[in-house]
Design a protein around this ligand. Structure first.
Ligand code: FES
Length: 119
């Protein structure tokens, strides 16, 4: 017998869409976590990740540069250019731990983050 565990999303109104620059990011604090929210305008996609870069533990990823690596949307840390997938959080340079990602949605001019995985 397979038991499926359904996790319910808890959407948190994080900011206005206008608070996040096109092809850029903004940081919000939710509970103990700093979350980086990105608007990838070229693809009209929204992403949310931890704001802390695992390379030197700097709270900086929201100020990173967005790009594309073989169709994978990514953010490059502005300090030492480590890059991470915005979809999965995977370290694309392979020299750092992966980063956390969070479901994100936009509704009526606001950005919502699923905080069910946040303490
Ligand atoms: S602190 Fe982010 S790459 Fe070094």
């Amino acid at each position: 017998m397979i038991t499926e565990v359904l996790t319910e999303k808890k959407w948190y109104k994080a900011c206005k869409t206008d608070d996040v620059p096109a092809d850029g990011g903004a940081a919000v604090k939710i509970g103990k976590e700093q979350i980086a929210i990105f608007y990838f305008a070229r693809k009209n996609q929204w992403y949310a990740t931890q704001n802390q870069c695992p390379h030197k533990m700097q709270m900086i990823l929201s100020r990173g540069m967005l790009g594309d690596q073989a169709g994978e949307p990514k953010v490059a840390c502005p300090f030492h250019k480590q890059t991470f997938s915005l979809k999965t959080g995977k370290s694309l340079t392979g020299e750092c731990d992966n980063i956390k990602t969070y479901p994100v949605k936009v509704d009526n001019g606001y950005v919502f983050i699923d905080v069910s995985a946040i303490d």
